[in-house]
Unconditional design. Structure first.
Ligand code: KE4
Length: 440
């Protein structure tokens, strides 16, 4: 089938597949955001990905800025990574037993991330498992029950982390999802991101009851929101003072904003780090790890239980190892910085040209353009964005062959495959899309 530009609608084949899927899978998707609920329009079904491109069931070729929600830092279908997985698969898919690959993987990961150096890791199968397990370990290590997350922070779908935004730090957590009993989140407290006063007050009032603070060091799930100057450093000092385990959720930022993640970029070393996405090169891999004294509380060495049938399986290890070896051999971060800045600055300029309120936050190869005026330092600021306008922009861009994350509160991911020509094509589409949005 000849490649055609995207006509703005998913196309008949994708729509037929969505109808079939919706009878068997809730919303027709295996993860809610893929349903395009917040931007409207039908999600195209994808047949193949290559470099910066996605190919749809209806023959369209799209420039992709979702990158599988982060893993595709090196572009889709990187031959070195795919060949490693194929070679591993020829020896069997999963053994449920220890392998040398897991040792090499652990040696490599712990050499790259500051908080893991001299420490230990445990491999799991997703970011959710990594954060859920890290919090259990922190509770087991400290003997304390309370945990703290940021309002607007997302760490996967473990019950204890599904807390309604806005329930406030002083009050007990309230469930943010049906099916989560009040009791399960009663010890989950919320803080506004970048609010040092609230952090200081909570530590003063409850510091000795708190097992852990878990934070995305650069928020990515309220849209991209960097830490204010000194925020992470102060959080590190306060958690040390009160014996609180500081957990950086670097599932998104790990290996993206620097080889050692946000903790390397900002020079702040947490007690535990959670990784996912890039660390598995596109295969289902999560990692949590850090301080040896904390990690030695995990079974079979210590009393904290955590397990997984496919944890450390050979294919995930192969994809992860290949990915990390490329990052070690040829760190792409300077080039990613340049390309992401070109796109980010170009979008801002075209929004201004069209007089569309658009304010952006960027750290390395991840950014968000919020459809609002004024700076965005926390979730409340982010929620002040015009999500209707974002939806229109998303549809206008998709109609021009540009596939953006289908939510204002997600991130644009730039990969090493996004070259100048691709960025120029994107900016030309954006010029028209902003004009269309401004006209409405
Ligand atoms: P997974 O369980 O989806 O592998 O990871 C959960 C997770 C944990 N921590 C952070 C910082 C994350 O960003 C995520 C997952 N990110 C979302 C989108 N931002 C994945 C997309 C989806 O849910 O389909």
């Amino acid at each position: 089938m000849a490649e055609q530009t995207y006509d703005g609608r998913a196309g008949d084949r994708s729509r037929q597949l969505l109808a079939r899927a919706s009878r068997l899978i809730p919303g027709g998707v295996n993860s809610p955001v893929r349903a395009f609920a917040s931007v409207g329009g039908d999600p195209p079904f994808i047949t193949k990905a290559q470099g910066a491109y996605l190919y749809t069931e209806d023959g369209a070729k799209l420039i992709d800025y979702v990158g599988s929600w982060g893993p595709a830092l090196l572009g889709h279908n990187n031959p070195e990574i795919v060949e490693a997985v194929i070679a591993a698969a020829r020896n069997g898919l999963s053994f449920g037993a220890a392998t040398s690959g897991e040792v090499e993987f652990a040696e490599l990961v712990t050499s790259m991330v500051p908080s893991l150096r001299g420490g230990m890791i445990r491999m799991v199968n997703s970011g959710t498992e990594a954060t859920m397990s890290a919090l259990r370990v922190a509770r087991g290590f400290t003997g304390r029950a309370k945990i703290v997350k940021m309002d607007g922070g997302y760490h996967g779908h473990a019950d204890i982390l599904l807390v309604a935004a806005g329930s406030g730090a002083a009050t007990l957590g309230i469930p943010g999802s049906a099916g989560v009993p009040d009791s399960v989140v009663a010890d989950t407290l919320l803080l506004p991101f970048n609010d040092l006063e609230a952090l200081e007050a909570m530590c003063k009032a409850q510091g000795d009851e708190i097992a852990a603070i878990i934070v995305e060091p650069i928020a990515g799930n309220m849209g991209c929101v960097p830490p204010d100057d000194g925020y992470l450093q102060r959080m590190r000092a306060l958690t040390e003072k009160h014996g609180i385990v500081l957990i950086f959720d670097e599932v998104m930022t790990g290996f993206r904003v620097a080889k050692g993640g946000a903790q390397e970029r900002y020079g702040v070393t947490p007690d535990l780090t959670c990784l996912g996405k890039i660390v598995g090169g596109g295969m289902p891999v999560g990692v949590y790890g850090g301080r040896r004294d904390i990690m030695e509380t995990i079974a079979p060495v210590g009393p904290v239980y955590q397990a997984g049938t496919l944890s450390g399986n050979p294919l995930g290890v192969a994809a992860g190892m290949a990915t990390l070896r490329i990052l070690e051999r040829d760190p792409p971060y300077e080039a990613l910085e340049v390309q992401a800045a070109k796109l980010f600055d170009g979008l801002a300029a075209r929004a201004a040209q069209a007089k569309v309120a658009f304010t952006g936050n960027r750290v390395g190869a991840m950014f968000t353009g919020f459809f609002r005026d004024g700076e965005v330092h926390n979730y409340d600021d982010a929620k002040g964005s015009d999500t209707e306008r974002f939806g229109r922009f998303h549809r206008e861009m998709l109609a021009r062959g540009i596939y953006l994350a289908p939510s204002q509160f997600e991130v644009t991911f730039v990969s090493t495959a996004h070259d100048d020509a691709i960025i120029e094509t994107t900016l030309a589409a954006a010029e028209e899309a902003f004009a269309a949005v401004a006209a409405n």
